[in-house]
Design a protein around this ligand. Structure first.
Ligand code: HEC
Length: 425
């Protein structure tokens, strides 16, 4: 007994002696802030203030400690303990602790000779070669300075001599202080173009009741996620020669009138026969607990199940819901009973949705089941509810309707795929 007490006392003393490391900005904090915050917190960036030198960061030190501890910043929806991804913005527990110690210690600057230049931490923003094709909006879109979000869809014809495979692409906002996020789709049916022809302004409102059919998603853009998306060498997404590219852009509220003309750079796959990057979704048809109806003033949970008929190598996943979405989770279960976590989002945020690229191709064996679960909140107390008072909501592509989709991007499986790491660029 006495030994046990002694051991506990010893452990307590040892623990309290293990005081936090001494932390300074130049050595410890600058590398974290310059890599994980600067992409938005820079001059002309989407965040309201810049973090590009000591004094800018020190001005907000106490607030930085709070917003990193609560994981409000950097914005990153996916649960980092569930699955990890390329381009992951979330801070590690160690990084959060380090910031906390630094602020508690009075946020010292540290030795001058260890001072770092913020520019050195910016990602190189090109693929070191010129894009094979650049597709731009055909005219500028005027954003009214009415302090309201605007969601506009633009349809741009692509004129290729032949069908092409695309390995890399980059959406380049024309005006980074207003383009909040964008999704780029391809459509070879011409339907989206026909819709656009019927509206007087350039493009059409994404919320309109008009239904949009697209072949698939090409890429997406979120502030802070600048830089091209690159798929593995020898692979590519097919773009048909006579198709249309659709930009679905969310413009952030601004108090002044301004304009935007965004572009998309495409880099074609090299080699004779690239492996096709394919897409499929888990969607409304796979829901296993009844009709997709979210009654006014209620919350609703759905689950879905889809069996994968062939062996595939998963590259990326796109969770998708609209404004009333709250939680999202997806995982695979192999016929051997192994569970593979795909993505978990504990606080769905429509404005921060994106694709999650796996660090390594994941082999999903034939006959595996993919499970998707989603929770919606259609009550007036949900601050994101776009219709007040709430109404019954069903499935639909207008952002006023709802959706619950898991997009999967994959290759047909080839032996050895599971050993292939994906690089950032
Ligand atoms: C992807 C873009 C992005 C990244 C990366 C990002 N921020 Fe922000 N940050 C924003 C935006 C946009 C706002 C203003 C809107 C808001 O508060 O949500 C903001 C606001 C803040 C605020 C003010 C919060 C408040 O309550 O007013 C702080 C402090 C902050 N960020 C710190 C950080 C830190 C520290 C990091 C890095 C660890 C970081 N941010 C990374 C976009 C970003």
């Amino acid at each position: 007994m006495i030994y046990r007490v002694l051991i506990i006392i010893f452990l307590l003393v040892a623990y309290s002696c293990d005081s936090p490391p001494s932390v300074n900005f130049n050595e410890d904090i600058a590398p974290i802030v310059y890599t994980k915050c600067q992409s938005c917190h820079k001059k002309g960036g989407i965040a309201p203030f810049a973090f590009t030198n000591y004094s800018e960061v020190a001005d907000y030190a106490k607030m930085i400690k709070e917003v990193t501890a609560s994981r409000y910043m950097p914005p990153w929806s996916a649960d980092p303990y569930y699955q990890s991804y390329l381009y992951e913005r979330a801070l590690s527990k160690d990084e959060i602790d380090l910031i906390g110690y630094w602020v508690e210690q009075g946020f010292p600057e540290g030795p001058e000779h260890l001072k770092k230049n913020a520019d050195d931490f910016l990602p190189s923003d090109t693929l070191q070669r010129k894009p094979d094709l650049t597709i731009c909006m055909e005219e500028s879109f005027i954003i009214k300075g009415n302090n309201k979000d605007a969601y506009q869809t633009f349809v741009i014809p692509v004129n290729l001599e032949k069908d092409r495979f695309v390995q890399s692409m980059e959406f380049r906002p024309g005006n980074i202080s207003v383009v909040h996020h964008a999704q780029v789709l391809v459509d070879s049916s011409g339907r989206a173009y026909a819709i656009d022809q019927k509206t007087p302004e350039y493009g059409f409102n994404t919320f309109s009741e008009m239904r949009l059919r697209a072949n698939g998603i090409l890429t997406g853009y979120l502030p802070g996620g600048e830089g091209p998306v690159k798929y593995p060498d020898g692979t590519g997404k097919k773009v048909y020669k006579n198709s249309y590219v659709i930009f679905n852009i969310h413009y952030a509220p601004v108090p002044y009138e301004t304009e935007d003309l965004s572009c998309l750079d495409l880099y074609f796959s090299k080699g004779k026969k690239p492996r096709a990057i394919k897409g499929q979704t888990v969607n409304m048809r796979h829901i296993t607990n009844g009709e997709f109806l979210i009654k006014a003033n209620q919350t609703k949970y759905f689950h879905a199940q889809k069996t994968i008929p062939e062996d595939i190598s998963l590259i990326a996943i796109w969770p998708h819901m609209h404004f009333r979405g709250k939680k999202f989770e997806a995982y695979a279960e192999t016929p051997q009973g192994k569970t593979i976590p795909l993505v978990k989002i504990n606080n769905w945020d429509f404005n921060w949705q994106n694709a999650y690229f796996l660090k390594q191709l994941i082999h999903i064996p034939k006959a595996s089941n993919i499970y998707m679960e989603g929770t919606f909140d259609n009550r007036a107390s949900n601050p994101f509810n776009p219709v007040l008072p709430p109404v019954d909501v069903r499935w639909g592509s207008s952002s006023l309707d709802e959706m619950l989709i898991l997009g999967l991007e994959y290759l047909d499986y080839k032996t050895g795929d599971e050993n292939q790491a994906l690089d950032e660029y």
